[in-house]
Every structure is written in C-alpha cells, then in structure tokens.
Design a protein around this ligand. Structure first.
Ligand code: DUR
Length: 295
C-alpha cells in the first residue's frame, strides 16, 4: 500500500509528476528562485562545458543543471507559494541520492524601516502565517477563532545561513545595498490577505495582521510566501539543508517599491553569491556519477 502511494509521484519514464525531472537531472546543490526569467538570467553563470541540461515542465517548473566553477549545481524556478515549494522539495528529494543543500533567493516586503527597498535579508528563522478557515466557516463564534495563525519560528540551517551572509556581504553589500542577517522572517500562505494588504472586495479581517505579527514577534523583519515551508520541509526529512535570502521589493511601512534598475544591477550579484555559497559548501554525500546522465 505504502509503495503504491509513494510511486504515485512518478510517471512511467521515471520523471516526477510536476517538476518533470528524473534521476541524474538534478544536482545535490540547488539554488531556487520564483521567477523563470530570473533563472534564465542566472544560467549564463554556469560553465559552458558540459552543456547544461534544461527542462521546463508543464506545471510551471524550470530546471537547469550544470556546473558552476566545476561543481554540479541545479537552478530551479518554482513559481510562487507553498504548494509549489512542496512539489519541488518532495519531487526533487525523490530523484536525488545523498544530501541536498538548497538556497532560495526570493523577493520580499520589509516590515523594518532599517531594511529598506533594495537591501537583502538573510533570515536565521522563518515563521509561517496561515489562514485560519475556522474564523470564517466554523460553528463557533467568529471572535473565538483568530483569522490568521502564526507558527513558531522555524530555523534555517545555521551553517548555510552563515555561508550566505558571508558570501553576500563580501560581494553584494555596498553603500546603497545593505546585506543583513535577520533574526526572523515570515512567510504567508497568500500575497494579499495574509500579508495584511487590504482589499475592499473581500472581508479578509486582516486590518491588524501586521501589528499583531510584529507585537507577537518583534524581530520579524520581512514577509514573503515560500521560505518558511522550505525550512519546514528541511526539518521533516533527513539530509536536507536549507536557507534563504530575500531582496526587499516593497517597503510595507513606508510604501516604497523597488526601481527595476536596482533589481537589474543587484540580481546577478546575488545570484553569483548564492552559487558561491553553495559550491563552497561541503556536501558530504554527493553522487557525482549521477551527473553523467545529463553530461
Ligand atoms: N513577495 C511577497 N510579498 C512582498 C514582496 C514579494 O510575497 O511584499 C514575494 C513572494 C511571491 C511573490 O513569490 O514575491 C509575490 O509577488
């Protein structure tokens, strides 16, 4: 019975159902982003030889596997949200042997005026903000159930987080771009309601969400949608190490939004810094012979 359930992840030629890759097409070291356009801008950092493997799945995942400074790495664009992170981590885990080291590079909103638009936060921990459906749909009095639930903080891998802080501080930090190690970040299950964006067309009951979040978690400096679930999954399975960094796109306290020219300038530097942190990383149980499949 169990075997049948786990095999449901696979299609007959050995590819996992949604990410659509098979054994040998994903390296032990992974940089994941949301936006496929960002992935296509990063793939030029990979060694020209051997020619990288590239595949776009029908369900919105783009995977590029090659070598960076001679070390096998995978870049994968996953789109947005918890469900996309979940398919990615579980399906990649199913087709890669040995240790996985995963770095996410995403964008975020800032809750901390000292983390302005264009800066980069590297959280030590992330909590998950979940919509509590019982608030709207339960039998009980609406007031008895809070509309949003805040999980306890979920730690990133301490060594990988420190490697990212060092790599980004060394090559991205400047007078206009702050790079900061953060105590706490939050990931929400939605962009609008559970990130405290008011939408008059919907009764989201989120007017006090940001205040409630910061009151309960004074260290919480930034907000996006994927990293807490990535860290969560890394704790549920042995041999997965994960950390994340986020570029501030939106200032949620002052209202500023990032200038696309700033993204254009910083993004490649951040991409290289993520790859440098990853290849400097000692993956204990790597299976380089798997690389032969795509090479
Ligand atoms: N993101 C947020 N909130 C922000 C800024 C960026 O969720 O304020 C991230 C997460 C998601 C995408 O992938 O960017 C949504 O635009």
């Amino acid at each position: 019975m169990l075997d049948k359930i786990s095999n449901a992840n696979f299609v007959p030629d050995g590819r996992v159902y949604h990410v659509s890759v098979k054994s040998g097409q994903v390296a032990n070291r992974i940089v994941t982003v949301g936006d496929p356009a960002r992935l296509h801008r990063f793939k030029r950092f990979l060694d020209k030889e051997p020619k990288p493997f590239e595949h776009a799945s029908a369900r919105g995942y783009t995977t590029v596997t090659g070598r960076y400074k001679g070390v096998p790495v995978t870049l994968i664009a996953i789109g947005m949200g918890v469900a996309m992170v979940d398919f990615f981590v579980r399906e990649v885990r199913a087709v890669v042997d040995g240790d996985l080291a995963i770095i996410r590079f995403g964008s975020c909103g800032s809750l901390d005026p000292s983390l302005p638009v264009g800066s980069i936060g590297i959280p030590k921990q992330a909590l998950q903000i979940s919509t509590n459906y019982a608030h709207w749909h339960g039998e009980s009095d609406k007031e008895a159930e809070p509309p949003y639930l805040f999980s306890p903080p979920i730690p990133a891998d301490a060594d990988l987080q420190a490697a990212l802080v060092s790599s980004l501080s060394g090559s991205v930090a400047s007078s206009t771009c702050k790079v900061r190690s953060l105590e706490l970040h939050a990931s929400a299950d939605c962009f609008y309601s559970s990130q405290g964006r008011i939408d008059r067309n919907f009764q989201d009951d989120n007017e006090t969400l940001i205040d409630d979040l910061v009151k309960a978690n004074p260290d919480c400096a930034s907000l996006e949608m994927e990293s807490a679930h990535l860290l969560h999954l890394s704790h549920l399975s042995p041999n997965i190490r994960a950390a994340a960094c986020h570029m501030v796109f939106a200032d949620r306290t002052g209202g500023a939004f990032i200038d696309p020219a700033v993204v254009e300038e910083l993004e490649p530097k951040v991409g290289r810094a993520c790859l440098d942190a990853l290849v400097g990383w000692d993956v204990e149980r790597e299976h380089p012979e798997r690389g032969a499949v795509w090479e």
